[in-house]
Structure formats: C-alpha cells, structure tokens
Write a protein that binds this ligand. Structure first.
Ligand code: KIV
Length: 276
C-alpha cells in the first residue's frame, strides 16, 4: 500500500470510493489503524476530551497537538496524518495561522492541518495553502465555538443556516481547502453540500451521503462513557474487555498467580547461595 496523500483522497471522491478517517492520539493506536488500512488519521483536538479529560476542546495547546501528532506520525506508515489547529492558534491572525500550521508540519510531521470555520477563516486557509500546507476545513458543529453556540446542537437546520453552510463549504473550497469535515449536520444537507463541492466531505453525524466518515476512536470502541452522541456506532466493546483484563490482573497479583515461573529471570543457585 502507498502513503495516502491529498491526491489519494481526491481520487477516492472522484471514483466514489468512501474515505475512512479515525481520530488517533498515539503511536500504538496509529500502527493498528494504519495496519487496518484506514486512509486518514486525525489528531483531533478531541484529545482534550478523551485523552486529557477536559470538558471541552478549548484548553488544548499547540504543544499538546505537536506532541501527539508527532507520536501518531511515527506510527502512520500509509495513513495521511491530519492535525487539528487548537483554539486560538489561527483565529487571532493570518500570521498566527501560518506559523502554527507550519509548526504542526515541521515539528508534528502532519501532512494536513484542520481548522474550524467558513468564510470567517478563508484568509487563514488561503495563506496556509499558499505556504504549501494542505488544509481540511470543518463546518457544522464546530466544538471550538461551543460558547457561541450555547451547547452541542445539530447545525444547519433552518433555511438560513442551511444556505450559509452551503456557501461556507463553497468558500472554503475556493480558498484552497483539500477536504471538509461536516459535523452534526442533517444527512440531506450534508449530501447536498457533498454534491455542490469538488473536494471530499468527511462526515461525523452527517449521514452516509458524505464522501467519507470519521469517528472518535474511543467512541467507536466503547472506551469513553462520559457522553455518547446519537451518531456513534460501537463497533466493539473494548472498554469492557479492558476492564475485565484490569480486574484479572488485579486478582492475579493479589492471589500471587502473577507473575508465574515463565515471567521470571533465572540466576545460578551458586551465586544466590553466596548472598546469604
Ligand atoms: O477533534 C476531533 O476529533 C474532530 C472530529 C470529531 C472531526 O474534530
């Protein structure tokens, strides 16, 4: 298998082959997802929720993102690595956006950066793309705007909001974005958006009409129970399997059955006898 690039995913859209993306935050998981043939690994700022234990994504820093992106990049032989630009790393100015996107590529070894917003961030998208860094845009429920939205809600439901979403999608494409994440958007609207632009759409809670899908891996593996959105399918109950293993370990250690003979290292009896 070849390394996935912007060209790979663009070709997938054109051929009607679905694009697969999962969030990823560390080396071991990146290797597993890569071996499973997942096209794109997103080092999402959902890192804040599922790895760092914050209530939202707003506290995630550039240092956090670089640290985790670099780990994922070391494990991703074939998958395209996308790094989220954290809150306030691009909203402040076009200059900040280019510098921080550059750091995610230079220090984190991302192949693409993702930022949230439409027309309001087009100057940033244009400048990052001019610096030869591919950009993935993100519309719909954009978690960095949680306070402005007044909570996590499905977006684009009114005629006005739906029209704005389609316009924003066209604008981010015009600004040079290579892909677009659509989060928590009615399925029919996401399908319309997908047909109205030439770059691939990747949906999460946006129905099957998108060019690809993304899920947070802890959600799809049943490892995160603080909150499970309606759009999540648990493809496995890994959380239960892990808890069983942790309990078995605890019981094994307490009962003295672990470690067993085969887990120990030998020393000559003669050496031992001299120590007494
Ligand atoms: O941060 C994230 O994981 C994301 C996905 C949910 C699309 O932005």
């Amino acid at each position: 298998m070849m390394k996935n690039t912007v060209t790979t995913i663009q070709n997938q859209k054109e051929k009607g082959e679905k694009i697969t993306m999962l969030t990823c935050y560390d080396y071991s998981m990146a290797k597993l997802m890569d071996e499973a043939g997942i096209n794109m690994l997103l080092v999402g700022d959902s890192l804040g929720n599922v790895v760092l234990g914050y209530e939202d994504t707003l506290s995630v820093t550039m240092e956090d993102m670089i640290h985790h992106t670099a780990a994922v990049a070391r494990g991703a032989k074939n998958a395209l690595v996308v790094a989220d630009m954290p809150f306030m790393s691009y909203q402040t100015s076009v200059y900040d956006a280019v510098v921080n996107a550059g750091r995610l590529v230079k220090e984190g070894h991302a192949q693409m950066v993702k930022l949230e917003g439409g027309a309001n961030v087009c100057p940033q998208i244009k400048a990052i793309v001019e610096a030869s860094i591919p950009v993935c845009a993100h519309l719909g429920l954009t978690p960095q705007s949680i306070h402005a939205f007044g909570g996590f809600k499905v977006q684009g439901k009114s005629e006005e909001a739906a029209k704005k979403l389609i316009e924003d999608a066209q604008k981010v494409e015009e600004a040079g974005a290579s892909a677009l994440v659509l989060e928590c958007v009615p399925a029919k609207l996401a399908e319309l958006v997908t047909k109205s632009i030439h770059i691939p759409t990747i949906g999460i809670g946006a129905g099957a009409g998108c060019d690809g899908q993304v899920l947070v891996y802890q959600d799809m593996l049943g490892m995160f129970s603080d909150f499970t959105p309606k759009f999540v399918r648990k493809f496995a109950n890994v959380g239960d399997v892990m808890k069983e293993a942790f309990t078995a370990y605890k019981e094994g250690v307490q009962a003295g059955s672990f470690p067993a003979e085969e887990h120990t290292y030998k020393i000559d009896e003669e050496v031992i006898s001299k120590l007494y």
